[in-house]
Design a binder for this molecule. Structure first.
Ligand code: TYD
Ligand code: MG
Length: 466
């Protein structure tokens, strides 16, 4: 077979070049050339305009006349993963699992592969990053070598996509895992593994395999904290499901979210804990993110957030210390630094809590990273508590967004958050006053609705003798 040719196509104007260059000579744009395979148009048996999409060659039908297509789902045996997938893996679909290097993607997929051997038959694990021996070593650590599981997961250390797809068509596994998309290449392109052209073409071939042969394909993509490694982001629109595994590498908790899901909701979140033997499910994550100190120190306030439909309680920590020289430090982990700066300003101007010359540190326990404005109030209270060196009551939680005038704004799902807190033994809650002035009733919990930060501080800190 004649070797297919690749061209460098400008992503801005579409001009084709023979060699990579930093600037497109046609339109002048910089860094827009991506290596692409030139496909010979296939004229046989295809009418003009038939296309290659999922409905290629079909005539339009009325919406009401269409058959309902409820996808079949294959459970992975990991219920937190199934929950995020929307019930299980759909045959013929392509799932992209993104996350930072070392966060636990390979671990999760090897565990899922083990579960899938019970429901989907054989699983082919194509590893482009680790040798087969290394995969075996991990499987041993995860306790997956025994019995049928060890037999039914096939491992191949291969990074050429053509051979991976050929092996898949030959062995006909139910599921193919490719770890990772940045480590595989197609022979016809000359760019290095991980370049946009290679990543895109590899993904296209894996999609063809999935759609054509009805095999579910799970692809790993490494993503860096500040956005992406160019590659995986460009795949998000192609694949059916995009999952991301997040967490602090130094902490043990991991959150699995779906940022896109053609077969389910993107509201669900799965919670795992990295343990000795791989990722363990945290089925009741309500209190997973509480630091759990016995004594309640000043500077710690518990908030309640919503991850999708799941309420989670998180401990918000603040530390305030007199600043030395120059501009004071503001350091936040898990919280947006701009949000922290804003709260410091509002505390100073609207609540009489002057932190202007102090060093301020803020942190969410458990390595969470959240953008929920409902955590404003617990953070503001934590900073105040640290400044005054006065702890809040250990059974108190606070929920609310803080506005620029120091006013408290309602947050969505307040009752759901409060019920979870009550279930976990919290007795008192400080919440924003609703527009209608009604206070949610939660069994076993005293709910105090306040309209501004100043009142909230009085309730949280004055009522406590500590
Ligand atoms: P890994 O799955 O290799 O990450 P990724 O594929 O996302 O790059 O996970 C690597 C980390 O997980 C590594 O630092 C060790 C840790 N780990 C455990 O703590 N327990 C285990 O049982 C395993 C397999 C890994
Ligand atoms: Mg890995």
């Amino acid at each position: 077979m004649a070797r297919q040719q690749s061209r460098y196509i400008c992503q801005a104007c579409g001009a084709a070049h023979l060699r990579w260059e930093g600037q497109c000579r046609t339109c002048g744009a910089w860094n827009t050339l991506v290596e692409t395979l030139v496909r010979e148009p296939d004229h046989k048996g295809r009418t003009a305009g038939a296309g290659t999409g999922p409905g290629a060659g079909q005539v339009p039908q009325s919406l009401a006349g269409l058959r309902e297509a409820e996808p079949v789902r294959t459970p992975t045996g990991i219920s937190e993963l199934d929950r995020v997938l929307g019930g299980g893996l759909v045959p013929g679909s392509v799932v992209l699992l993104g996350g930072e290097p070392g966060i636990g993607k390979s671990t999760l997929l090897l565990q899922a592969a083990a579960g899938l051997t019970a429901t989907a038959g054989e699983v082919l694990y194509a590893s482009g990053e680790e040798s087969a021996g290394q995969v075996r070593l991990r499987a041993g650590r995860l306790g997956l070598l025994d019995g049928t599981v060890g037999e039914r997961i096939r491992v191949v250390a291969e990074n050429e996509v053509g051979r991976i797809t050929a092996l898949t068509r030959e062995g006909r596994p139910g599921v193919l895992v490719v770890d990772s998309i940045q480590s595989v290449t197609v022979d016809e392109l000359e760019g290095p593994a991980g370049s946009v052209g290679q990543v895109r073409e590899s993904a296209l071939r894996l999609m063809e395999l999935a759609k054509g042969d009805g095999i579910a394909v799970i692809v790993v993509g490494h993503v860096t904290k500040d956005g992406s490694l160019a590659g995986p982001k460009t795949l998000e629109h192609l694949v059916d499901v995009v999952l991301s595994l997040d967490g602090e590498r130094t902490a043990t908790l991991r959150l699995l979210r779906a940022t896109k899901n053609r077969f389910g909701s993107t509201e669900e979140v799965g919670v795992f804990e990295m343990a000795e033997r791989g990722l363990a499910e945290v089925a009741d994550p309500g209190r997973a993110f509480l630091a759990g100190a016995d004594e309640h120190a000043p500077g710690s306030v518990v908030g309640a957030t919503l991850e999708g439909t799941r309420p989670l309680l998180v401990e918000v920590q603040g530390l305030v210390a007199p600043g030395a020289y120059g501009s004071p430090r503001r350091t936040a982990s898990g919280i947006d630094t701009n949000r922290l700066a804003l709260l410091i300003a509002v505390l100073g101007r609207r609540a009489g809590v002057g932190l202007g010359s102090h060093d301020v540190y803020a942190n969410l326990a458990g390595g969470l990273d959240l953008a929920d404005p409902g955590l404003d109030l617990p953070l503001a209270l934590a900073l105040t508590s640290s400044l005054r060196d006065k702890p809040v009551a250990p059974d108190l939680i606070a929920i609310g967004e803080v506005g620029l005038l120091g006013e408290l704004r309602p947050v969505p799902g307040l009752e759901r958050r409060l019920r979870e807190a009550a279930r976990l033994g919290f007795k008192k809650a400080i919440v924003p006053k609703s527009r209608r002035g009604d206070v949610p009733e939660v069994k076993g919990m005293e709910v105090v609705a306040v309209s501004n930060l100043r009142e909230a501080i009085v309730h949280a800190l004055a009522s406590n003798p500590g």
